[in-house]
Design a protein around this ligand. Sequence first.
Ligand code: DGJ
Length: 569
Amino acid sequence: MKKLVLFALALASLHTQTKAQSNEIPHLEKRDNRFALIVDGKPFFLLGGQINNSSAWPATLSAAWSAAEAMHANTVEAPVYWEQIEPTKGAFDFSNVDLLVNQAREQHLHLVLLWFGTWKNGQNHYVPEWVKSDPKTYPREENVYGKLLDVMSPNSSANLDADKHAFAALMRHVKSIDGTDHTVIMVQVENESGSVGSIRDFSPAAQKSFEADVPADFARSLHLRPGNWMKAFGADADESFTAYSTARYINEVAAAGKAEYPLPMYCNVWFAYPVHALENRDRPNAGQEYPSGGPQQANIPIWKAAAPSIDILAPDFYSDDFTLFRNIVATYRRDDNPLFIPESQFGVNFGRYFFYALGNGAIGFSPFGIDRSLQSTQPADQVPAQGAGFNGLGASSGPAVRPVNPAENYALFHAPEEQIARLNLEGKLYTAVEERGVARQSIHLPMADAVISFGFPQPDGTYPPGTSTFQGRAMVAQVGSLEFLVTGFDASVSFTLSAAELQKEPNQQIEILQAEEGQYVDGVWRATRILNGDQTDRGLNFRSASPPLVRIRLHKLPLYDQSVHRHAQ
Ligand code: DGJ
């Protein structure tokens, strides 16, 4: 009897624990230098799509949901407009927010809310009319000639208080409608902040602060020379001053919001793209080519010191330059900064960027403008024809043109998103992405190497052909000591023992025990068939359209039977 009671108590406590766990509000978890977004107690990989700037309205939302569904997204990023929620000072209208949350829930989607407040692309276009029309009370930035810009001054407490008040009201409201459901999982504070039109605010008030000493705490945290901004930052003084003023302002907005409802909060970045125009211009100009003082590459240390309430600085990526993407990933993936790509274009490199970010521990990815882009023609990708090539699967009939389809990429990861996020948090997920002239790559795993060959056909004994637009990509995740979850596009994947393993014990080899094609259903792996023969003999083959998810189990066995002494013939 006593045992029964104890058992019942243990069950009850387990139940309470699970409930408590799933009642946790969405948050970020860090393990070593890796991160995951935790939603309802579980790691969540954000397969996002951002809707167009003017789409978060009753008239346009239905197109956004259809686009998200077509894309296999699990999250929609949608703006909340300051001008709409607070049309008159202090009077709030959350009808668009309610609509967003209710409809996202009906669609079984999560939401990331984008606060279009003081800044939108380095300008002030979303501030309410009562702010826009009263520059005396709500001061603008002034350029060096005293021209009033369409940028709010970050050096004004009236501006800050107004934005803080509105954002806190928004977060209070989100908590009241969503504090238990967790449809909203993250919030972007402002949009691509910084100053467009001037490197800094030259208004008299800002000038006074610029000439004063750098605030002591901030100076200490960056180990700066004491003194004013010129002394501390030299040639970078103007931009550093703007970065500090902007980061500190946004930090206060975020902190006021978190005091109401502490969801993870991030700032997206219009980063500084390289300048290609003139030979001697090695640097883009702050305030001209990018919004001055935003969380651009060089300003990250300032932002980290001045905006501790911002959890992530997240780069928006709009370029077809893959090398630039790699640099940006390397810059924003930091021990103190989870990697998140909140905006990207749909382009020929979509799949590569997505896989590359995934393999670099990204917590999510989200192209911009899904409610228009998905309906328009996608850029064409030259890939080998389906079924072409070796392995008895059909003769090559030459390259076929097919579009890069973002939906295919998301479709692969939609069901296993929790496993993907968990494997990334545990540091067990790797990707390989094709590069020009490099059609074969190895992923070094603890015991084995995964060898990835891009492009088809792959005749025996030849170097793989690659694809004409370098679109090959593959993921290999370690789910057991010699068990892997594998998928990809335009790639074959095979396994060999790692050099380290062979060095430990040369007399060994590996072979496949079983390769299952399948899917995760409610977190449980369900095999649909066992692959063998042509589907495994020359590696696992992942062609272009709708590739499978494969779970492959290998084992080790001796290379030679050493109990028998053989003589060379
Ligand atoms: C980046 C901004 O953050 C988005 O709101 C949108 O304006 C896109 N640029 C348009 O390309």
